[in-house]
Design a protein around this ligand. Structure first.
Ligand SMILES: NC(=O)c1ccc[n+]([C@@H]2O[C@H](COP(=O)([O-])OP(=O)(O)OC[C@H]3O[C@@H](n4cnc5c(N)ncnc54)[C@H](O)[C@@H]3O)[C@@H](O)[C@H]2O)c1
Length: 334
């Protein structure tokens, strides 16, 4: 498959590196409006630098769109119109209307469209998905120091959307309500946001995101029936805790309704809870994502993250923004 990367800044350069490592992909070229940057990355990988997408359109079968989000529609459009397979980085677009246009362009031409929700390919998250099939409760913390990247979009679309997508992917249900708080600190848009996503059948996801923290932390806890998994994505470790099948709190209550454990809390917990580390492979998530996109582009499978899933994550992100801005306006008036 002949491939290209459009936008070779921070993340696009990683796309170029990995495309170059995939034996079944031929990195034909990279495109960037910054000609020096395009040449620098093209030289690194022995491919051609282009400053304009029109020059590469007839030379590729698949393309990564890694331009800033406000340019996703404009840069993806010519490829989608030409029926070329397109991987658009997350968030799918800057607005829901633009996301709809991207999906419509792909539908009209039959192009394969995948959205770059890379956490779906994180081996730790993948191992957890296989364990808890019907989560009741999800907690996600994504705390990041300030960088100058993506400040043209809210932290909700920049970082929180990763966890929104995971929650929507894991909880097989419609959203019933979204309640959020947040504020801007260093950017023109929100840098901090906390959201609660409530689903129709009762499951809930709490998502906490910052891009102005001093430290970095990415943790996810997924609670299911009688078990949960806890993931630390920065330290790359996770464990599963399960409650023994026969445990019933009613068996251990004193007359005041308190849990009693005459053997001591440590023994009580070790008797009823089983904790085991998660095992997972070490594959680089971006490599797994591009491999899967390549398979979809070949027609061997459906895209792992479809345009409509990318659009759904954006819709939930918009509800988060609507909720937190509504609260902000109420505060300003008060
Ligand atoms: N999946 C993830 O975890 C993840 C992580 C970081 C960024 N992203 C997404 O990737 C995209 C790029 O982010 P970044 O941090 O790499 O940005 P960046 O600013 O570092 O790089 C963007 C590059 O695109 C080029 N560019 C801008 N307009 C262009 C155009 N019309 N045609 C060709 N090139 C153009 C710029 O010159 C720049 O080199 C954003 O949508 C962002 O949300 C996703």
């Amino acid at each position: 498959m002949r491939v290209a990367v459009v936008g070779v800044g921070h993340l696009g350069s990683a796309h170029a590196r990995i495309w170059n490592e995939i034996p079944d992909a031929d990195l034909v070229g990279v495109v960037d409006i910054d000609g020096d940057r395009a040449r620098e990355i093209a030289d690194l990988h022995g491919c051609i630098a282009f400053s304009d997408t029109s020059k590469i359109i007839n030379q590729v079968d698949a393309v990564s769109i890694v331009t800033p989000t406000p340019f996703h529609l404009e840069t993806a459009r010519p490829f989608l119109e030409a029926g070329i397979a397109v991987l658009v980085e997350k968030p799918l677009a800057a607005t829901l209307e633009e996301a709809d246009q991207i999906c419509e362009l792909a539908d009209n031409s039959g192009s394969v469209l995948q959205v770059g929700h890379i956490e779906r390919f994180n081996p730790l998250i993948r191992s957890a998905i296989g364990i808890i099939d019907q989560p009741l409760f999800i907690e996600c913390d994504r705390i990041h120091p300030f960088t100058l990247r993506s400040t043209e979009i809210s932290v909700v679309h920049d970082l929180m959307i990763h966890d929104i997508d995971i929650a929507l992917h894991l909880i097989d249900d419609d959203l019933a309500a979204v309640d959020a708080h947040g504020c801007a600190v260093l950017s023109p848009t929100e840098d901090l946001a906390h959201a609660r996503l409530s689903f129709c059948k009762g499951a809930t996801a709490f998502v906490k995101t910052s891009r102005v923290a001093l430290n970095r932390s990415r943790k996810i806890r997924i609670f299911g029936h009688r078990q949960y998994v806890s993931l630390d994505l920065v330290h790359r470790e996770g464990f599963r805790v399960s409650l023994d099948e026969t445990y019933d709190p009613a068996r251990f209550l004193d007359p005041l309704g308190r849990v009693q454990a005459p053997e001591g809390v440590e023994d009580f917990l070790s008797q009823h809870l089983d904790k085991e580390p998660l095992t997972f492979d070490e594959e680089e998530p971006l490599r797994a994502e591009l491999d899967s996109f390549l398979e979809a582009a070949r027609g061997s499978c459906d895209p792992a993250v479809t345009g409509s899933q990318g659009r759904r994550a954006m819709e939930a992100a918009s509800q988060v923004i609507e909720s937190l801005r509504g609260r902000g306006q109420a505060l300003e008036k008060a």
